[in-house]
Design a protein around this ligand. Structure first.
Ligand code: SAM
Ligand code: SF4
Length: 342
């Protein structure tokens, strides 16, 4: 399979109209998933026809174009990235940018179901950290939330990742009445194994089968409650993402809070997202997008692609304004999180 290098079409940096440098690209490699998490998908989802998806070679070319424009961090996501056929080819291909030093980090977000199979290969490709999404430590609840997930398989996947030397961070969506009384246990468990825990506010994206106002739990409330049990110290720790971190004095571990609803994290946004069909979203919470598949397929040279990327970045909006309205099932953003990968 052919893989591309730098071209004369590459401008050195991606800087948006607000002076923010775009250095972080999240790439959704599939919209499909082996789970059906209640906040993310309806049970009966219609997925894209396979022919609409970028091939792995095209995904590599697209990522490389961004790396050549100054992107230093790539996160592979989905849907569930590890259910995409032959996905290790993409990790292997992209690992050349780690070796050459133009890329600082290649990482992924996964539900963990396939980590037992792939953890060693991921580590061999230079992946150092993985985010595993896990919302509960209670197997029955896990089934309720993920509908199709297998708890033991995910736990085995987390073990396999740790054994392969990967740093695992656990991401949990804060869900009212569902997992809201578990965070103390999750902190004990995660920190006991040397894993940080990040809590995420549920965002109104895509039609699901439930009313979102029933799910929404502000993390300001969660943090205040955690302080009844733990000594939290605000720390300046940054992973390139929007999470704000506290150190938990009793465990020495970190708890992150991603609060798109209660606190707008847009002012320091350094990221853009690509879907598995090559659509570039300049903001998670806005519908404006740019099609990169057409310029990618129009020619073997990257010139058109490069121009399309520059043009899109010049339209990156200042921020988003998510609102969850009680009694409405209409989402603020019509696409599902699984399209842009969170
Ligand atoms: N399947 C992988 C996983 O679950 O980690 C990667 C894709 S998933 C869309 C990425 C992250 O988005 C997960 O941590 C998931 O919990 C989160 N997510 C999905 N829908 C969400 C929503 N409506 N609000 C907040 N987070 C959401
Ligand atoms: Fe699948 Fe991840 Fe969405 Fe759950 S959150 S349905 S695992 S894509």
């Amino acid at each position: 399979m052919a893989i591309s290098g730098p071209t004369s079409a590459d401008s050195p940096n991606l800087i948006d109209p607000f002076g923010r440098h775009v250095t972080y690209l999240r790439v959704s490699v599939t919209d499909r998933c082996d789970f059906r998490c209640v906040y993310c998908m309806a049970e009966n989802m219609t997925f894209l026809p396979k022919k609409d998806l970028l091939t792995l070679e095209e995904l590599d070319r697209l990522c490389t174009a961004f790396v050549n424009k100054g992107v230093r961090k790539l996160r592979i996501t989905g849907g569930e990235p590890l259910v995409r056929k032959n996905i290790m080819w993409l990790f292997e291909a992209l690992s050349r940018h780690l070796k050459s030093g133009v890329l600082d980090e290649l990482t992924l977000t996964t539900n963990g179901s396939q980590l037992s199979r792939f953890a060693k290969q991921l580590a061999a490709c230079g992946v150092k950290r993985v985010n595993v999404s896990l919302d509960t430590l209670i197997p029955e609840k896990f089934k309720e939330i993920t509908r199709w997930g297998n708890y033991d398989q995910v736990m085995a996947g987390i073990d396999a990742a740790r054994e392969a030397g990967l740093h695992v961070k656990i991401n949990a969506v804060a869900l009212k009445d569902v997992n809201e009384h578990e965070y103390d246990d999750m902190i004990r468990w995660a920190h006991g194994l040397g894993m940080d825990l990040t809590l995420i506010e549920a965002m109104p994206m895509g039609d699901i089968d439930e009313d979102r106002s029933d799910q929404y739990l502000p993390l300001s409330v969660v943090r205040a409650r955690l302080m009844d049990t733990w000594t939290l110290e605000d720390i300046p720790y940054k992973t390139g993402g929007p999470a704000r971190y506290d150190e938990v004095k009793e465990t020495g571990g970190k708890v992150g809070f991603i609060t798109p609803m209660t606190h707008n994290f847009c002012e320091s946004c350094n990221r853009v997202r690509i879907t598995c069909t090559g659509t570039l979203y300049m903001c998670l919470g806005q519908d404006d997008a740019a099609d990169l598949r057409a310029p990618l397929r129009a020619s073997n040279s990257d010139e058109l692609l490069s121009r399309a990327i520059d043009e899109a970045i010049s339209r990156k909006p200042k921020g988003h304004d998510f609102i969850i309205k009680r009694g409405t099932s209409r989402p603020a953003v019509s696409r599902h999180m699984s399209v842009t990968g969170g």
